[in-house]
Design a protein around this ligand. Structure first.
Ligand code: NAP
Length: 490
């Protein structure tokens, strides 16, 4: 297995000593410890789950200063953003604590017996849910708190009654270890098994593959690239006993701006969009990577405004040197496939300059290479010849976390068709604002058809994230003692 190294994201220089990657024995021990912890955690009460999640949120907050400083070195995301992300992470933990307290993991459907012959008559049935078991959780690089060791996947799995073995992201190994140490302190203080939340690390695919293949792992939760997610999903499916695999993947998040919206407030929208394209150096799964316009004077003016607003932006360093190189390669690939550069700001070794490219609708439809995510501060303008071509472009994208529609305020045949086209490919459709920024709330849907997600019926953000880790079981003519547990598994 490859060794690990922490890097200073701003300079690219090694930060601290090399770290040891998890061995096959370490991975086996973590999976076994999680399976042992499942024996009791799977039947824990809502109050027990809430007490742990609340304490984990408090532990994060208590160590805020050191955590944010370390995260800033390893990711270059800046202390303002990282403090906000830590707040969001604590909020998520507390939200799932509240969900556990309110008993949502134990909700059940009572279907009393009906006398008589079937199909009308039936026995007494109760539908409840059981936790799946130990979850292999893959942390993302671009959310070192909110989609990492104590992120939404861990919070929702723990609230569901599932232990977690985290595959830490090699982009922030020291931060991952520090958060893990906090977790171990909290588990010890609460008298809970250390294996309830495990951590494995590595700087190559072997560690993650071994974890997903482990027979004691019951599900996978992944946040990362479409390529990585596809590879791990294939591993999950190729096991002798395949397991559910929830992959939240990359996305190009089309923004469709109709002429009327551009005419009314094109300059304001251009400024807002430019800010969204470079926010966090464009390293968001909800980054607006595709801007779809209907050709005409409004589109001409908007593209000019956007180019000016974007050229003035100065993105910070990228998360890793590998991502920095991949960004240049992605932009070059678009140019090779016929995209015309509109903004080509030079960058530095670690920080890229913003990029804006343009193609016609026909070109976009012909070149599937233009449908790929370029992770970083760039966006591709597609100039469609008609509304029908806009719909064809959306259909060609196929799957996205979001679609944004600006100018669909009044009902018409056209707006209905656009909304239908957007809903057909996205998990979230926005009618105002920009797709970056994902609210952690009850009605959130963060997922979408492939290639945005491997499981478009589920969400990785929001309350329903819990459902991924629970499996329905019908109890037929169950004894009174079992019903008295009110949905809490044995
Ligand atoms: P990544 O390169 O896919 O890495 C994610 C994790 O998966 C890492 O731990 C990586 O381990 C592992 N991995 C990748 N390929 C693997 C393979 N073939 N086999 C086994 N393990 C593998 O993703 P990233 O660079 O961290 O994140 C950027 C991507 O994530 C972007 O595409 C972004 O859009 C997406 N993202 C999506 C969401 C969402 O909610 N949908 C949120 C944030 C980010 P090693 O590096 O050790 O190999």
């Amino acid at each position: 297995m490859n060794d690990l190294q922490s890097f200073d994201a701003r300079s690219g220089a090694a930060h601290g000593e090399p770290l040891l990657a998890s061995t096959a024995d370490d991975i086996n021990a973590a999976a076994q410890a999680a399976a042992d912890a499942f024996e009791t955690w799977g039947s824990s009460t809502g109050a027990q789950r809430a007490a742990l999640l609340d304490a984990l949120a408090a532990a994060l907050e208590a160590d805020r200063e050191a955590l944010v400083a370390l995260a800033d070195v390893e990711t270059a995301l800046g202390t303002a953003r990282l403090n906000g992300e830590l707040d969001r992470t604590a909020f998520q933990l507390r939200r799932f604590a509240s969900i556990a307290t309110r008993g949502l993991p134990f909700e059940r459907l009572d279907d009393p017996a009906v006398a008589g012959a079937p199909p009308v008559g039936h026995p007494a049935m109760v539908l409840q849910r059981v936790p799946l078991g130990p979850v292999a959780m893959f942390a993302a690089s671009n959310f070192p708190f909110a989609f990492s060791v104590l992120g939404g996947d861990t919070a929702s799995a723990m609230a569901a009654g599932c232990p977690v073995v985290v595959k830490a992201h090699p982009g922030h190994p020291l931060l991952s270890q520090r958060v893990f140490a906090l977790i171990q302190n909290v588990l010890k203080a609460q008298g809970l098994p250390a294996g309830l939340i495990g951590l494995v690390q590595g700087a190559g695919v072997e560690v993650g593959v071994a974890l997903v293949r482990h027979p004691l792992i019951a599900a996978g939760a992944f946040t990362g690239s479409t390529r990585g997610g596809a590879a791990l999903q294939a591993e999950a499916n190729a096991r002798p006993r395949p397991i559910p695999f929830y992959g939240e993947l990359g996305s190009i998040n089309p923004v469709v701006a109709l002429p009327a919206a551009l005419q009314a407030r094109g300059a304001e929208l251009a400024t807002t969009l430019a800010g969204s394209i470079v926010q966090g150096c464009g390293q968001f799964c909800t980054n607006p990577g595709l801007i779809v316009l209907i050709d005409g004077a409004e589109a001409d003016a908007f593209v000019a405004q956007l180019a000016t607003a974007l050229a003035a932006q100065q993105p910070h360093a990228m998360l890793t040197s590998g991502m920095r190189r991949a960004f240049d390669a992605g932009v070059a690939r678009f140019v090779e496939h016929g995209a015309q550069p509109l903004v080509q700001q030079p960058g530095s070794t670690q920080a890229p300059g913003p990029q804006l490219l343009q193609v016609s609708g026909a070109q976009f439809l012909q070149q599937s290479a233009l449908h790929d995510e370029v992770f970083g501060p760039s966006s591709l303008v597609v100039r469609a010849a008609s509304q029908a071509e806009v719909l064809a472009v959306l259909a060609a994208v196929g799957g996205s976390l979001t679609v944004t529609l600006w100018g669909a305020d009044a009902e018409s045949d056209d707006t209905r068709a656009l909304v239908r086209g957007a809903m057909a490919i996205a998990g979230r459709v926005l009618f105002a604002g920009v797709p970056t920024g994902v609210a952690v709330t009850a009605a959130q849907q963060h997922g979408g058809p492939w290639p945005a997600s491997t499981a478009p019926m589920t969400t990785s953000v929001g309350d329903a994230a819990l459902n991924r880790f629970l499996r329905p079981v019908s109890l037929q003519d169950a004894p009174a003692w079992l019903l008295a547990r009110q949905g809490r598994p044995c």
